[in-house]
Design a protein around this ligand. Structure first.
Ligand SMILES: [Zn+2]
Length: 714
């Protein structure tokens, strides 16, 4: 008997040992394989393995064959011609060159024919009555310069102007890069040598929609054919030109932020030169007479009239007088510019279609950078080393996973950053860092600084700006009105005046005054966060291209092929709450489901994910702290997320419930005791993941976003 037990034990040990040796051998093999390849991130390699497991090895695999595959797609003929077409550009030196652009009709044709999510979305728009000759799809265009490779290199040959387009009917998906489709990727070096710069280039790109290709999408529509042979015809009209201020200036040839007449949309906005220069050696222009009530707005006829009058006087006035006239009118006369292109006269409506982007207005060398700079100058004078105090405060806070900047938000308050801000006379930070910083800093100011009666006017100006950002962030989900935006801008400008900051009103302060009318006109306030992300695709491919003379062709081909694949990725436009990228449940999760949900569930009925999609568009990750609606729907609960599971197709979230101890609805924060019971909530009831910090004694504090402050914690 004893011998038998001994033998069994020995056998078990032997098997375990063998298993371990086997695993060690496999691990070494994987390691050797990975090291034998050129560098590719572990995450990317993991995805490549998964792709091969799911789809098998492609029959063709070499680099040349990859290039051939892209070329095949680019040259394949559609009823609207090939995907890549030539545009003709008149250069400053009088020559004419040909560059490349995407044929938007061929792009739509390919995207629709795949019968994927893109077709489903477009069919949905058509079913809602959009895309007809009377109610055309509303085209939005966006252009910006992208700097791949060595950003600081003096002569960066890879610097590109990229232009994307989308339909305003896709608003709910505007935050997805895939929704913005490429039309141009043209080298900046070429654009600067083009007569009228990017203005002529954009005019030529727009003509691809409206007349330069066999069909004018405004008058004749564009025929698309589904994989099943179904035909639809959609009509398109230009609706919105969304850009950063600098790009707007180049496009319209208005004098813009650096000119005397600084706003193309307002007759009475006169700016003055402070005599100072900024970090980039550009003169600092301010505009003290900003009123949130726009009394003297220009319409399309005014702008076109000014441009036409200038054009008519070019030959009759001497050079000096003509220059003065340009300054007075607020435009430069550019015969090849978009406003001088007669074929676009009925299509391009500069006043109606101009849309400011609030991300650039506020957070890219913008209003918030100025306000923070002024605020911290004031605070330093009274409180001494305020940067260190804020650094220590921020260090205690944690952000949701999807907004995790590592330590970069905290590091905005390092000593060296203070020195660098002082030198630049502005508060330097990335737009995304400012978006993450503002609610935490607001809480610090209210609870620590304002309470001590320090710099109250300055703090209130910043807090009024935070209220405005709260509103802007929910504008695209219909949760704020143009009146609310207008009132918030009025309040903010008044508080800035009270703080004595009128001499620092850079032109971007004036941009804010247009946001309410943009919201009324367009029904949304799109921003360029998505385009900044979109540029990564251009940067990724542009950085890898070594032959810069063939660059445009290669880059455009890569971007288009990438977008055409992405736009039909399964589940792409699914905004319903649920698991993001779910996978098979582990044994532990199955046990949890048997104990708590259904003892009869099979492993094929259950999936898991570390990330869940919630409404409005956003994510809640594992270990995030999140708010959720209570059972009866009118209160909120909070807790730390343990996992997201899906059982029989229904998404559920397991969290560690926290219990409320204090709530300040006006300021927007709540305190909770951690370590409550485990709770299973429907994932659709999650409201938002939130910033949180430990306040001692087993308690945590969370920010409560503006949108959810009406809920009582429970
Ligand atoms: Zn204006």
């Amino acid at each position: 008997m004893a011998i038998a037990i001994l033998a069994q034990t020995y056998l078990r040990l032997f098997k375990q040992l063998h298993k371990m040796k086997d695993r060690v051998a496999k691990l070494r093999k994987l390691n050797d394989f990975r090291r034998s390849l050129p560098h590719v991130s572990a995450r990317a390699l993991d995805q490549i393995f998964k792709g091969i497991q799911e789809q098998g090895l492609p029959d063709l695999m070499t680099r040349d064959q990859m290039r051939e595959a892209t070329n095949e797609l680019m040259t394949s003929v559609t009823p609207h011609g090939p995907l890549i077409v030539e545009i003709e550009l008149n250069m400053i030196d009088g020559t004419v060159i040909h560059d490349l652009a995407v044929n938007p009709m061929a792009f739509l044709f390919h995207a629709y024919r795949k019968d994927g999510p893109f077709r489903a979305m477009l069919d949905g728009c058509i079913a809602d009555g959009h895309g007809t000759a009377d109610n055309p799809m509303r085209l939005a265009v966006y252009a910006d310069e992208v700097v791949p490779g060595k950003e600081l290199s003096h002569n960066n040959k890879r610097k590109q102007w990229c232009m994307y387009w989308s339909f305003c009917e896709f608003l709910a998906h505007f935050h997805l890069e895939e929704t913005w489709m490429p039309i141009l990727a043209i080298r900046s070096e070429t654009v600067t040598k083009t007569a009228a710069n990017i203005s002529q280039v954009m005019a030529k790109a727009l003509l691809l929609f409206f007349g330069d290709l066999p069909t004018d999408m405004r008058t004749g529509g564009c025929v698309l054919i589904g994989g099943d042979g179904t035909q639809v015809r959609i009509f398109i009209d230009l609706w919105m030109v969304l850009q950063d201020g600098g790009a707007h200036e180049l496009l319209w040839h208005c004098k813009g932020d650096g000119g005397t007449k600084m706003c193309m949309l307002c007759r009475d906005m006169i700016a003055e030169d402070t005599g100072e220069v900024d970090d980039d050696e550009c003169p600092v222009i301010v505009c003290k007479e900003i009123s949130a009530v726009l009394t003297d707005k220009c319409d399309d006829d005014d702008i076109r009239g000014s441009v036409d009058r200038l054009a008519a006087r070019r030959l009759t006035l001497g050079i000096g007088n003509f220059k003065l006239l340009q300054q007075a009118v607020g435009f430069n006369d550019e015969p090849f510019g978009i406003l001088r292109n007669d074929r676009l006269r009925d299509i391009v409506k500069p006043a109606k279609q101009y849309c400011h982007d609030w991300m650039h207005a506020l957070m890219v060398s913008g209003v918030m950078n100025v306000v923070l700079w002024k605020l911290f100058v004031a605070l330093s004078a009274v409180m001494g080393d305020i940067y260190t105090q804020v650094y220590n405060y921020i260090e205690t806070w944690g952000w949701p996973a999807f907004r995790n900047h590592g330590t970069s938000v905290r590091d905005l308050f390092l000593r060296k950053r203070e020195v660098s801000n002082k030198k630049a006379k502005t508060f330097k930070a990335l737009a995304s860092e400012l978006l993450s910083l503002y609610p935490i800093l607001a809480l610090f100011l209210i609870r620590t600084v304002v309470r001590a009666n320090i710099c109250v006017a300055e703090c209130e100006a910043f807090l009024a700006l935070c209220d405005l950002v709260d509103l802007l962030t929910v504008a695209n989900i219909g949760k704020c009105t143009p009146d609310q935006v207008h009132n918030a801008v009025v309040e903010f400008l008044q508080k800035c005046r009270d703080a004595g900051w009128i001499g620092s009103f850079i032109p971007k302060f004036h941009w804010l005054c247009h946001l309410a009318s943009h919201l009324a006109e367009f029904g949304c306030l799109p921003t360029c966060w998505v385009h900044e992300r979109k540029h990564r695709v251009a940067k990724r491919y542009a950085t890898g291209i070594t032959n810069t003379t063939q660059m445009e062709k290669s880059l455009l081909g890569e971007i288009v092929a990438h977008n055409l694949y992405d736009i039909n990725r399964p589940g792409l436009f699914d905004l319903s709450p649920g698991l993001a990228q779910p996978s098979q449940a582990t044994a532990n999760i199955m046990q949890f489901v048997w104990d708590n949900v259904d003892p009869h569930a099979a492993s094929s009925d259950v999936r898991k994910s570390s990330k869940a999609r919630i409404i409005p568009a956003g994510f809640v990750g594992r270990n995030d702290v999140a708010l959720a609606k209570s059972n009866d729907g009118d209160k909120m609960i909070a807790g730390k997320i343990w996992m997201h599971i899906e059982v029989y197709g229904s998404a559920l979230t397991v969290l560690e419930r926290w219990h409320p101890t204090f709530y300040d609805r006006n300021i927007g924060y709540a305190d909770w005791t951690r370590g409550g019971e485990a709770l299973l909530v429907p994932t659709r009831d999650l409201l938002s993941s939130v910033c949180h910090c430990d306040i001692g004694g087993g308690n945590s504090r969370t920010i409560v976003p503006w949108l959810y402050r009406q809920f009582e914690p429970v």
